[in-house]
Ligand binder design. Structure first.
Ligand code: NAI
Length: 388
Protein backbone atom coordinates (compact mmCIF):
# COMPACT_ATOMS: atom_id res chain seq x y z
CA UNK A 1 0.00 0.00 0.00
CA UNK A 2 0.97 3.66 -0.26
CA UNK A 3 1.71 5.04 3.17
CA UNK A 4 1.13 8.70 3.98
CA UNK A 5 1.73 10.59 7.20
CA UNK A 6 -1.31 11.07 9.42
CA UNK A 7 -0.39 13.64 12.05
CA UNK A 8 -2.53 14.18 15.12
CA UNK A 9 -1.09 16.77 17.49
CA UNK A 10 2.34 15.54 18.61
CA UNK A 11 1.95 12.06 17.18
CA UNK A 12 1.90 10.56 13.72
CA UNK A 13 -0.29 7.47 13.52
CA UNK A 14 1.42 5.98 10.47
CA UNK A 15 5.02 5.02 9.77
CA UNK A 16 6.79 4.36 6.49
CA UNK A 17 8.80 1.12 6.40
CA UNK A 18 11.19 2.20 3.64
CA UNK A 19 11.67 5.64 5.24
CA UNK A 20 12.42 4.10 8.62
CA UNK A 21 14.91 1.77 6.99
CA UNK A 22 16.64 4.68 5.25
CA UNK A 23 16.78 6.50 8.55
CA UNK A 24 18.55 3.58 10.21
CA UNK A 25 20.93 3.12 7.27
CA UNK A 26 21.82 6.83 7.37
CA UNK A 27 22.71 6.54 11.05
CA UNK A 28 24.79 3.43 10.38
CA UNK A 29 26.62 5.25 7.62
CA UNK A 30 27.37 8.16 9.94
CA UNK A 31 28.87 5.88 12.60
CA UNK A 32 30.95 3.95 10.08
CA UNK A 33 32.40 7.22 8.79
CA UNK A 34 33.63 8.04 12.29
CA UNK A 35 35.74 4.86 12.22
CA UNK A 36 36.11 1.87 14.50
CA UNK A 37 35.88 2.29 18.22
CA UNK A 38 37.35 0.04 20.91
CA UNK A 39 34.51 -0.42 23.36
CA UNK A 40 32.02 -2.99 24.51
CA UNK A 41 31.67 -6.36 22.83
CA UNK A 42 28.31 -7.62 24.11
CA UNK A 43 25.65 -5.01 24.62
CA UNK A 44 22.08 -4.98 25.90
CA UNK A 45 19.99 -1.93 24.97
CA UNK A 46 16.64 -1.39 26.68
CA UNK A 47 14.51 0.98 24.60
CA UNK A 48 16.46 0.11 21.44
CA UNK A 49 13.99 0.91 18.69
CA UNK A 50 13.90 4.71 18.43
CA UNK A 51 15.62 7.91 19.60
CA UNK A 52 18.66 7.66 21.84
CA UNK A 53 18.41 3.90 22.42
CA UNK A 54 18.43 3.07 18.71
CA UNK A 55 21.37 5.42 18.15
CA UNK A 56 23.24 3.78 21.05
CA UNK A 57 22.67 0.35 19.57
CA UNK A 58 23.92 1.52 16.17
CA UNK A 59 27.09 2.95 17.74
CA UNK A 60 27.63 -0.32 19.66
CA UNK A 61 27.15 -2.55 16.63
CA UNK A 62 28.60 -0.53 13.76
CA UNK A 63 31.17 1.48 15.73
CA UNK A 64 32.33 -1.07 18.29
CA UNK A 65 31.49 -4.21 16.31
CA UNK A 66 29.49 -5.45 19.31
CA UNK A 67 26.88 -8.18 19.50
CA UNK A 68 23.65 -6.49 20.56
CA UNK A 69 20.38 -7.48 22.14
CA UNK A 70 17.66 -4.85 21.90
CA UNK A 71 14.37 -4.65 23.77
CA UNK A 72 11.54 -2.34 22.81
CA UNK A 73 7.78 -2.03 23.00
CA UNK A 74 6.27 -1.46 19.58
CA UNK A 75 3.03 -2.23 17.82
CA UNK A 76 2.85 -4.65 14.90
CA UNK A 77 0.97 -3.68 11.74
CA UNK A 78 -2.59 -4.90 11.49
CA UNK A 79 -4.78 -4.71 8.43
CA UNK A 80 -4.34 -1.25 6.96
CA UNK A 81 -2.63 0.09 10.08
CA UNK A 82 1.11 0.36 9.80
CA UNK A 83 3.39 -0.79 12.59
CA UNK A 84 4.96 1.82 14.87
CA UNK A 85 8.28 3.16 13.53
CA UNK A 86 10.37 1.32 16.10
CA UNK A 87 9.32 -1.97 14.60
CA UNK A 88 10.53 -0.98 11.11
CA UNK A 89 13.69 0.55 12.58
CA UNK A 90 14.44 -2.67 14.44
CA UNK A 91 13.85 -4.79 11.36
CA UNK A 92 16.19 -2.57 9.35
CA UNK A 93 18.80 -2.70 12.10
CA UNK A 94 18.66 -6.51 12.31
CA UNK A 95 19.00 -6.85 8.53
CA UNK A 96 21.96 -4.48 8.38
CA UNK A 97 23.66 -6.22 11.32
CA UNK A 98 23.14 -9.62 9.77
CA UNK A 99 24.67 -8.44 6.47
CA UNK A 100 27.84 -7.51 8.34
CA UNK A 101 27.92 -10.75 10.30
CA UNK A 102 27.08 -8.97 13.55
CA UNK A 103 25.02 -10.80 16.14
CA UNK A 104 21.73 -9.06 16.90
CA UNK A 105 18.61 -10.21 18.62
CA UNK A 106 15.57 -7.99 19.07
CA UNK A 107 12.71 -8.56 21.45
CA UNK A 108 9.40 -6.75 21.42
CA UNK A 109 7.69 -6.64 24.80
CA UNK A 110 7.57 -5.03 28.21
CA UNK A 111 11.07 -4.41 29.58
CA UNK A 112 9.60 -3.67 33.01
CA UNK A 113 8.29 -7.22 33.36
CA UNK A 114 10.01 -10.11 35.10
CA UNK A 115 9.21 -12.33 32.08
CA UNK A 116 11.23 -10.07 29.78
CA UNK A 117 14.15 -9.98 32.22
CA UNK A 118 14.13 -13.80 32.43
CA UNK A 119 13.92 -14.16 28.65
CA UNK A 120 16.73 -11.68 27.96
CA UNK A 121 18.96 -13.30 30.56
CA UNK A 122 18.28 -16.73 29.06
CA UNK A 123 19.34 -15.42 25.63
CA UNK A 124 22.46 -13.71 27.03
CA UNK A 125 23.54 -16.90 28.81
CA UNK A 126 22.88 -19.07 25.76
CA UNK A 127 24.29 -16.82 23.05
CA UNK A 128 26.74 -14.38 24.61
CA UNK A 129 27.62 -15.63 28.06
CA UNK A 130 27.76 -12.19 29.67
CA UNK A 131 27.18 -8.60 28.58
CA UNK A 132 29.68 -5.80 29.18
CA UNK A 133 27.44 -2.77 28.54
CA UNK A 134 23.82 -2.14 29.48
CA UNK A 135 22.16 0.92 27.96
CA UNK A 136 18.97 1.94 29.73
CA UNK A 137 16.98 4.17 27.36
CA UNK A 138 13.34 3.53 28.15
CA UNK A 139 10.84 6.36 27.79
CA UNK A 140 7.47 4.97 28.79
CA UNK A 141 4.09 6.32 29.76
CA UNK A 142 3.45 3.59 32.33
CA UNK A 143 4.94 0.68 34.16
CA UNK A 144 3.44 -2.34 35.84
CA UNK A 145 5.79 -3.56 38.56
CA UNK A 146 6.31 -7.11 39.83
CA UNK A 147 3.45 -6.76 42.32
CA UNK A 148 1.03 -6.04 39.47
CA UNK A 149 0.56 -2.35 40.34
CA UNK A 150 0.47 -0.02 37.34
CA UNK A 151 2.02 3.46 37.61
CA UNK A 152 1.51 6.27 35.10
CA UNK A 153 4.02 9.02 34.44
CA UNK A 154 2.82 12.62 34.16
CA UNK A 155 4.43 15.80 32.90
CA UNK A 156 3.48 18.34 35.53
CA UNK A 157 5.16 20.82 37.83
CA UNK A 158 6.04 20.37 41.48
CA UNK A 159 4.91 23.04 43.94
CA UNK A 160 3.43 25.76 41.73
CA UNK A 161 1.72 25.90 38.36
CA UNK A 162 3.88 27.17 35.53
CA UNK A 163 2.83 29.46 32.71
CA UNK A 164 5.04 29.87 29.70
CA UNK A 165 4.93 30.45 25.96
CA UNK A 166 3.75 27.45 24.02
CA UNK A 167 3.73 26.73 20.32
CA UNK A 168 0.35 25.46 19.13
CA UNK A 169 1.49 22.96 16.56
CA UNK A 170 -1.93 22.84 14.91
CA UNK A 171 -2.08 26.49 13.80
CA UNK A 172 1.47 27.86 14.26
CA UNK A 173 0.48 30.37 16.90
CA UNK A 174 2.05 31.08 20.24
CA UNK A 175 0.01 31.47 23.37
CA UNK A 176 0.56 30.90 27.06
CA UNK A 177 0.15 27.39 28.37
CA UNK A 178 -0.24 26.66 32.06
CA UNK A 179 1.08 23.39 33.33
CA UNK A 180 -0.72 22.21 36.46
CA UNK A 181 0.82 21.05 39.71
CA UNK A 182 1.24 17.33 40.27
CA UNK A 183 -0.20 15.59 43.29
CA UNK A 184 2.14 13.68 45.58
CA UNK A 185 0.83 10.47 44.06
CA UNK A 186 1.55 11.66 40.50
CA UNK A 187 5.11 12.53 41.49
CA UNK A 188 5.67 9.11 43.04
CA UNK A 189 4.12 7.39 40.03
CA UNK A 190 6.36 9.28 37.60
CA UNK A 191 9.39 8.31 39.66
CA UNK A 192 8.24 4.67 39.55
CA UNK A 193 8.04 4.77 35.74
CA UNK A 194 10.96 7.01 34.75
CA UNK A 195 13.19 6.75 37.82
CA UNK A 196 15.88 4.16 38.43
CA UNK A 197 14.04 1.33 40.20
CA UNK A 198 13.67 -0.84 37.12
CA UNK A 199 17.25 -0.09 36.00
CA UNK A 200 18.46 -1.29 39.37
CA UNK A 201 16.25 -4.40 39.07
CA UNK A 202 17.84 -5.20 35.71
CA UNK A 203 21.37 -4.90 37.09
CA UNK A 204 20.40 -6.99 40.12
CA UNK A 205 18.91 -9.72 37.91
CA UNK A 206 21.93 -9.72 35.57
CA UNK A 207 24.40 -9.93 38.47
CA UNK A 208 22.45 -12.69 40.18
CA UNK A 209 22.31 -14.72 36.97
CA UNK A 210 26.02 -14.06 36.33
CA UNK A 211 25.05 -12.58 32.97
CA UNK A 212 27.12 -9.39 33.30
CA UNK A 213 30.91 -9.09 33.13
CA UNK A 214 33.05 -7.76 35.93
CA UNK A 215 33.90 -4.13 35.14
CA UNK A 216 30.81 -3.77 32.94
CA UNK A 217 29.41 -0.30 32.36
CA UNK A 218 25.79 0.77 32.42
CA UNK A 219 24.45 4.10 31.15
CA UNK A 220 21.00 5.68 31.46
CA UNK A 221 19.89 8.98 29.92
CA UNK A 222 18.73 12.23 31.40
CA UNK A 223 18.10 15.85 30.52
CA UNK A 224 18.63 19.09 32.44
CA UNK A 225 18.22 21.98 29.99
CA UNK A 226 17.94 25.72 30.67
CA UNK A 227 16.29 27.43 33.65
CA UNK A 228 13.43 28.36 31.32
CA UNK A 229 12.17 24.78 31.21
CA UNK A 230 13.12 23.86 34.83
CA UNK A 231 9.53 24.01 36.15
CA UNK A 232 8.27 21.60 33.51
CA UNK A 233 11.37 19.44 33.21
CA UNK A 234 14.28 19.54 35.63
CA UNK A 235 12.21 20.50 38.66
CA UNK A 236 8.93 18.95 37.48
CA UNK A 237 7.67 15.40 37.86
CA UNK A 238 10.04 14.06 35.19
CA UNK A 239 12.95 15.86 36.88
CA UNK A 240 12.12 14.11 40.14
CA UNK A 241 12.32 10.81 38.27
CA UNK A 242 15.65 11.83 36.72
CA UNK A 243 17.00 12.76 40.17
CA UNK A 244 16.05 9.26 41.28
CA UNK A 245 17.80 7.85 38.20
CA UNK A 246 20.99 9.64 39.22
CA UNK A 247 20.76 8.39 42.82
CA UNK A 248 20.28 4.91 41.38
CA UNK A 249 23.47 5.25 39.33
CA UNK A 250 25.37 6.12 42.51
CA UNK A 251 23.78 3.22 44.36
CA UNK A 252 24.55 0.71 41.60
CA UNK A 253 28.21 1.79 41.52
CA UNK A 254 28.60 1.72 45.29
CA UNK A 255 26.85 -1.65 45.59
CA UNK A 256 28.78 -3.47 42.85
CA UNK A 257 32.03 -1.54 42.41
CA UNK A 258 34.05 -3.49 44.96
CA UNK A 259 32.61 -6.93 44.18
CA UNK A 260 32.05 -6.76 40.40
CA UNK A 261 33.57 -3.47 39.30
CA UNK A 262 30.29 -2.44 37.66
CA UNK A 263 30.04 1.31 37.07
CA UNK A 264 26.79 3.16 36.40
CA UNK A 265 26.49 6.54 34.69
CA UNK A 266 23.76 8.95 33.79
CA UNK A 267 24.47 10.78 30.57
CA UNK A 268 22.82 14.18 30.24
CA UNK A 269 21.91 14.48 26.57
CA UNK A 270 20.81 17.29 24.32
CA UNK A 271 17.15 18.13 23.79
CA UNK A 272 15.96 16.57 20.56
CA UNK A 273 12.70 15.85 18.82
CA UNK A 274 11.75 12.30 19.75
CA UNK A 275 8.41 10.73 20.48
CA UNK A 276 9.06 11.28 24.17
CA UNK A 277 10.03 14.98 24.00
CA UNK A 278 7.39 16.08 21.46
CA UNK A 279 4.74 15.33 24.06
CA UNK A 280 6.07 17.81 26.66
CA UNK A 281 4.36 21.25 26.69
CA UNK A 282 6.63 24.30 26.06
CA UNK A 283 9.49 22.01 24.96
CA UNK A 284 8.69 21.98 21.18
CA UNK A 285 9.02 25.79 21.06
CA UNK A 286 12.27 25.66 22.99
CA UNK A 287 13.50 22.94 20.62
CA UNK A 288 12.71 24.90 17.48
CA UNK A 289 14.46 28.02 18.81
CA UNK A 290 17.40 25.90 19.97
CA UNK A 291 17.66 24.23 16.55
CA UNK A 292 17.73 27.63 14.88
CA UNK A 293 20.57 28.89 17.08
CA UNK A 294 22.61 25.68 17.10
CA UNK A 295 22.33 25.20 13.34
CA UNK A 296 23.45 28.79 12.73
CA UNK A 297 26.47 28.19 14.95
CA UNK A 298 27.25 24.83 13.33
CA UNK A 299 26.72 23.05 16.64
CA UNK A 300 23.54 21.10 15.91
CA UNK A 301 23.54 17.36 16.53
CA UNK A 302 20.97 14.58 16.24
CA UNK A 303 20.66 11.38 18.27
CA UNK A 304 23.37 9.57 16.34
CA UNK A 305 25.96 12.38 16.63
CA UNK A 306 25.19 12.63 20.35
CA UNK A 307 25.54 8.92 21.02
CA UNK A 308 28.65 8.59 18.88
CA UNK A 309 30.28 11.38 20.88
CA UNK A 310 29.10 9.89 24.19
CA UNK A 311 30.63 6.47 23.61
CA UNK A 312 33.67 7.58 21.59
CA UNK A 313 34.76 10.63 23.58
CA UNK A 314 33.46 9.82 27.05
CA UNK A 315 32.61 6.20 27.91
CA UNK A 316 35.33 4.48 25.85
CA UNK A 317 37.76 7.33 25.36
CA UNK A 318 40.57 5.45 27.07
CA UNK A 319 41.15 3.06 29.94
CA UNK A 320 38.74 4.96 32.13
CA UNK A 321 35.57 6.87 31.42
CA UNK A 322 36.52 10.40 30.46
CA UNK A 323 34.99 13.63 31.68
CA UNK A 324 32.70 12.12 34.31
CA UNK A 325 31.66 14.23 37.25
CA UNK A 326 30.90 11.44 39.72
CA UNK A 327 28.22 9.40 37.98
CA UNK A 328 27.33 12.15 35.50
CA UNK A 329 28.46 12.37 31.91
CA UNK A 330 27.44 15.31 29.76
CA UNK A 331 26.94 15.56 26.05
CA UNK A 332 24.58 18.52 26.40
CA UNK A 333 27.69 20.73 26.49
CA UNK A 334 27.00 22.37 23.12
CA UNK A 335 23.36 23.05 24.00
CA UNK A 336 24.38 24.62 27.30
CA UNK A 337 27.17 26.85 25.90
CA UNK A 338 26.52 30.39 27.21
CA UNK A 339 26.55 31.87 23.69
CA UNK A 340 23.86 29.38 22.63
CA UNK A 341 21.68 29.86 25.69
CA UNK A 342 22.00 33.67 25.64
CA UNK A 343 20.76 33.78 22.09
CA UNK A 344 17.96 31.29 22.74
CA UNK A 345 16.77 33.41 25.69
CA UNK A 346 16.97 36.60 23.66
CA UNK A 347 14.78 35.04 20.96
CA UNK A 348 12.46 33.59 23.59
CA UNK A 349 11.73 37.08 24.95
CA UNK A 350 10.78 38.36 21.50
CA UNK A 351 9.04 35.42 19.89
CA UNK A 352 5.30 35.58 19.19
CA UNK A 353 2.75 34.33 16.65
CA UNK A 354 3.82 36.96 14.11
CA UNK A 355 7.55 36.27 14.05
CA UNK A 356 7.53 32.55 14.96
CA UNK A 357 8.47 31.32 11.49
CA UNK A 358 11.33 33.80 11.26
CA UNK A 359 12.82 33.37 14.76
CA UNK A 360 12.43 29.63 15.22
CA UNK A 361 13.42 26.67 13.07
CA UNK A 362 9.88 25.31 12.82
CA UNK A 363 10.72 23.61 9.52
CA UNK A 364 13.64 21.82 11.18
CA UNK A 365 11.40 20.73 14.02
CA UNK A 366 8.79 19.30 11.65
CA UNK A 367 11.40 17.65 9.46
CA UNK A 368 12.82 15.80 12.48
CA UNK A 369 9.28 14.94 13.51
CA UNK A 370 8.43 13.45 10.11
CA UNK A 371 11.78 11.68 9.94
CA UNK A 372 10.96 9.81 13.15
CA UNK A 373 8.08 8.16 11.33
CA UNK A 374 10.04 7.56 8.13
CA UNK A 375 8.60 10.45 6.11
CA UNK A 376 10.21 13.23 4.04
CA UNK A 377 13.48 11.34 3.82
CA UNK A 378 15.68 11.92 0.82
CA UNK A 379 15.96 9.01 -1.59
CA UNK A 380 12.70 7.31 -0.57
CA UNK A 381 10.00 6.85 -3.18
CA UNK A 382 6.80 7.61 -1.32
CA UNK A 383 4.64 6.87 -4.35
CA UNK A 384 5.73 3.24 -4.41
CA UNK A 385 3.65 0.45 -2.96
CA UNK A 386 5.19 -0.89 0.25
CA UNK A 387 4.53 -3.95 2.35
CA UNK A 388 3.63 -2.83 5.87
P1 NAI B 1 11.91 7.37 22.49
O1 NAI B 1 10.46 7.54 22.71
O2 NAI B 1 12.45 7.67 21.14
O3 NAI B 1 12.36 5.87 22.85
C1 NAI B 1 11.82 5.12 23.88
C2 NAI B 1 12.17 3.66 23.74
O4 NAI B 1 11.63 2.94 24.87
C3 NAI B 1 11.57 2.98 22.50
O5 NAI B 1 12.50 2.05 22.00
C4 NAI B 1 10.36 2.24 23.05
O6 NAI B 1 9.96 1.11 22.28
C5 NAI B 1 10.92 1.81 24.39
N1 NAI B 1 9.92 1.45 25.38
C6 NAI B 1 8.93 2.21 25.91
N2 NAI B 1 8.24 1.50 26.83
C7 NAI B 1 8.80 0.28 26.90
C8 NAI B 1 8.55 -0.89 27.65
N3 NAI B 1 7.58 -0.95 28.56
N4 NAI B 1 9.32 -1.98 27.42
C9 NAI B 1 10.31 -1.96 26.49
N5 NAI B 1 10.62 -0.86 25.77
C10 NAI B 1 9.88 0.24 25.97
O7 NAI B 1 12.60 8.24 23.61
P2 NAI B 1 14.01 8.99 23.74
O8 NAI B 1 13.77 10.44 23.62
O9 NAI B 1 15.05 8.35 22.93
O10 NAI B 1 14.29 8.74 25.29
C11 NAI B 1 15.20 7.78 25.79
C12 NAI B 1 15.80 8.31 27.07
O11 NAI B 1 16.55 9.49 26.78
C13 NAI B 1 14.75 8.71 28.11
O12 NAI B 1 15.24 8.37 29.38
C14 NAI B 1 14.68 10.22 27.96
O13 NAI B 1 14.23 10.86 29.13
C15 NAI B 1 16.13 10.52 27.66
N6 NAI B 1 16.41 11.83 27.06
C16 NAI B 1 15.69 12.30 25.99
C17 NAI B 1 15.95 13.56 25.48
C18 NAI B 1 15.17 14.12 24.33
O14 NAI B 1 15.24 15.32 24.09
N7 NAI B 1 14.46 13.34 23.59
C19 NAI B 1 17.02 14.42 26.03
C20 NAI B 1 17.79 13.78 27.06
C21 NAI B 1 17.46 12.56 27.58
Amino acid sequence: MIVEPKVKGFICTTAHPAGCERNVLNQIEYVKKQGKLEGAKKVLVLGASTGYGLASRIVAAFGMGAATIGVSFEKEASGKRTATPGLYNTRAFDEAASKEGLYSKSLNGDAFSKEMKDEVIRIIKEDLGKIDLLVYSLAAPRRTDDSGTTYTSTLKTVGQPFTQKNWNLRDNTISDATIPVATEEEILSTVKVMGGEDWSDWIGALVEAEAIEDNAITVAYSYIGPKLTYPIYHEGTIGQAKAHLLRTAEEITSRYMSSNGIKAFVSVNKALVTQASAAIPVVPLYLSVLYKVMKEKGLHEGCIEQMDRLYRDRVYAGDTVSGADGSILRVDDYEMKPEVQDEVMDIWERIDSDNLLELADTDGYWLDFYHMFGFKIEGVNYLADVEV
